[in-house]
Each structure stands twice: as structure tokens, then as C-alpha cells.
Design a protein around this ligand. Structure first.
Ligand code: FAD
Length: 327
């Protein structure tokens, strides 16, 4: 019988790992605590509006991620989005979640399954216990939960990996979703580095493939401002960020819907050192532990820093390769 490979997390890292393992003839199970696939590459629908409240766009530099983006674009899941960057930029068509959903086709993904505890058993197997007290047995485990959660989950069962995960650092991000009852006009469709508070906003209607009227805006606060206001109430944050937005843009209309989402671990600022050679059974992946380098089509090497969706993808591929070598 083949080895049972379990992957915690169905974000870009977990999906990248699962796709490669599947291609090599394995049937990994992906377990994710979220209601929907994609992790931080996510989309939320609320009050008739669609908001891409996590990753805003993806850029591709490495050969492998560029190839994936081209395949996803050919299938219609994503499309190039010209936002004035040097690198090829893409957005989900029209939802960022369309990329992880496309990547998950043919994979065994189980949502709303949260792993609370991992123990070692006889024959070098692992037992994963969920918050609902269900159990999964794994011969190999790839864990892609954000570093602080990985640190906790591996503290007893793989202390070296747990300590390595504890070295990663993140910036948080407060994201505001504003929905209007009439189309907004007179402001640019998207803009970066808007003010001391706001680092980015986009009208969801500006995304490729969107059929929406310009009635939904996603606004993201800078890491520094988000950090300073991390523990405030979401309603207060939503009104502070939206007031700044009105002042900067001169927008006169008020939203019919205004919500804020706190991303506690949004973007990696300091990645951990990749440690998956240290344990033959448990492997880590995620934007917080990217590989040191990756090839580019131009023949130069790309050095991931962990701050981009591409880095999460590359870490998943790298962990899957390490698993394959270990079998
Ligand atoms: C607000 C924001 C804006 C961003 N903007 C950009 C951008 O414009 N461009 C860009 O390239 N990148 C951007 N990023 C970063 C990008 O989204 C991430 O680097 C990438 O999506 C991370 O993928 P991942 O698979 O490593 O982690 P995640 O997407 O976080 O996936 C981890 C998964 O693990 C699951 N999980 C965690 N713990 C458990 C558990 N105990 N049991 C089961 N499941 C568990 C979670 O539910 C989650 O789905 C942004 C991120 C945020 C939050």
C-alpha cells in the first residue's frame, strides 16, 4: 500500500505540494480549517458584493510559478492585470479564490477540519487529532499553517522544526470592504501607497473578468498602521480607514456596507530558514519558509523573501520534492 501523505492547509503552499505529489502518483489529503479554499488568497461575498480581501494580485518571476500562471490563465481562472509593475501580474478572474479553486481540481481537500494536536505513533506514523476529536494517520505530513500556528502544533512532536518556525516574522493587515448602492466614479480604479494609513485600494470592478458595477472597494492599511491598531474593534477600524480614504480621494458618497477584516499574519517580513531536511516524516511549507532560490526563464536565480504568493507556491513545491525523496 502507498504511503499516506497528509497536508495541513489548502492555501497556495499546500495546493502546490499536493499537485506535485498527485502528478507523481500519490493521493495526498489536504485538511483545512477554513470554510473555503485558498487561505490568504481568498475572496469574500457579503451583502451582494464581492471583495478580494487577501492577496490583491500575484506576480510571477520563477519558471515554475510562471508556468502555473500561464496554465491557469489558459484555463480562464486568472488573467493578466496591468497594474504598472515590471513583473507579470495576474488577478483571479474575477475572484482571487479562482486560482486556488482551479489548483484544487482533482485533489482531495477537506474543509472545516482543524488539526489541534499531532503525536508520533509506532512505525514512524503520525496521528493528527482534529478539534472535533476525529483522527487522521499520516506516514508523511506537510504542514503549511502560518508560522505561529506551526510553532504550536510541532512543539512536542518536532521541536527543531517548531523552533525554526518561531523565527519567522509577519506584518499584519487591516482590510476594509466598502459596498455602495450606486457606482462610484471620479477616483482611480486602484492605487498604491495612498497615505500614511492606506497602502492600497482597488475597485473590484477594475479586475479582469469582473462583471460588477463599480460598487465594491477593497482598502488595505499599511503594515505599520495595522500593527499599531491591531487589537482595536473592527467597526472602529473600518470607520477610521474609510474616513482617511474619503479625505484623500474626496469621495462624497457613503457605503451601504462597511466591514473590516484583521489579518494577523498577512505578509512575511522575516522568513524562517527552510528546515525540511531535518525530519524524515514532517515537512514544513508556507510563505514563511520559502526555498533559498528558484530558477527564472532569464537564467538568473530568484531569491524569495516570503512576502509573496509565489513564495508560498515555491515552498510547497520544495516540500513535496523533499517528501518524494524521503519515500
Ligand atoms: C491582506 C493581504 C494582502 C496580500 N497581498 C498580496 C499580493 O498582493 N501579492 C502577493 O503575491 N501576495 C500577497 N499576500 C500574501 C499571500 O496571500 C500569501 O503569501 C499566500 O497566500 C500564503 O499562502 P500559504 O499557503 O503559505 O498560507 P495560507 O494562505 O495562510 O494557507 C494556510 C492554510 O492553513 C490553514 N490552517 C492553518 N492552521 C490550520 C490547522 N490547525 N488545521 C487545518 N488548517 C489550518 C488555513 O486555514 C489556511 O487556509 C497578501 C496577504 C494578505 C493577507
Amino acid at each position: 500500500m502507498g504511503k499516506q501523505i497528509v497536508i495541513i492547509g489548502a492555501g497556495l503552499a499546500g495546493l502546490a505540494a499536493a499537485r506535485l505529489l498527485r502528478k507523481e502518483g500519490h493521493n495526498p489529503i489536504l485538511l483545512d480549517k477554513g470554510r473555503r479554499i485558498g487561505g490568504r488568497c481568498g475572496t469574500r461575498r457579503s451583502g451582494g458584493h464581492l471583495f478580494n480581501h487577501g492577496a490583491q494580485f500575484i506576480t510571477a518571476v520563477s519558471t515554475e510559478f510562471s508556468a502555473l500562471c500561464q496554465q491557469a490563465a489558459a484555463s480562464g481562472a486568472i488573467a493578466e492585470w496591468d497594474i504598472g509593475r515590471r513583473r507579470a501580474s495576474y488577478a483571479g478572474q474575477p475572484a482571487m479564490r479562482d486560482l486556488p479553486s482551479w489548483m484544487a481540481e482533482d485533489l482531495d481537500v477537506r474543509q472545516q477540519v482543524e488539526i489541534a494536536h499531532i503525536t508520533k505513533q509506532a512505525h514512524n506514523q503520525l496521528q493528527l487529532t482534529t478539534t472535533q476529536q476525529d483522527h487522521f494517520v499520516a506516514d508523511r505530513l506537510i504542514i503549511t499553517a502560518p508560522a505561529p500556528q506551526t510553532t504550536r502544533l510541532l512543539a512536542e512532536v518536532a521541536p527543531a522544526l517548531s523552533s525554526a518556525a518561531a523565527t519567522a516574522r509577519y506584518a499584519p493587515c487591516w482590510t476594509v470592504m466598502a459596498g455602495f448602492d450606486a457606482p462610484i466614479s471620479g477616483i482611480p480604479a486602484f492605487s498604491a501607497d495612498v497615505s500614511d494609513i492606506i497602502s492600497w485600494y482597488a475597485a473590484e470592478s477594475a479586475r479582469p473578468g469582473s462583471s460588477q458595477e463599480a460598487r465594491s472597494l477593497t482598502i488595505q492599511a499599511s503594515g505599520t498602521w495595522s500593527e499599531a491598531h491591531l487589537e482595536e474593534e473592527a467597526d472602529l477600524i473600518a470607520s477610521l480607514i474609510f474616513s482617511d480614504f474619503r479625505q484623500i480621494t474626496g469621495l462624497k458618497i457613503s457605503p451601504e456596507l462597511l466591514q473590516a477584516h484583521r489579518w494577523r499574519y498577512a505578509k512575511v517580513t522575516v522568513p524562517a530558514i527552510s528546515e525540511h531536511s531535518r525530519d524524515e516524516v514532517i515537512f514544513t511549507a508556507g510563505d514563511w519558509c520559502p526555498p533559498e532560490t528558484a530558477d527564472t526563464a532569464g537564467g538568473t536565480s530568484y531569491r524569495p523573501t516570503g512576502s509573496r504568493a509565489e513564495d508560498a507556491f515555491l515552498s510547497g513545491v520544495s516540500a513535496a520534492r523533499a517528501v518524494l525523496t524521503s519515500l
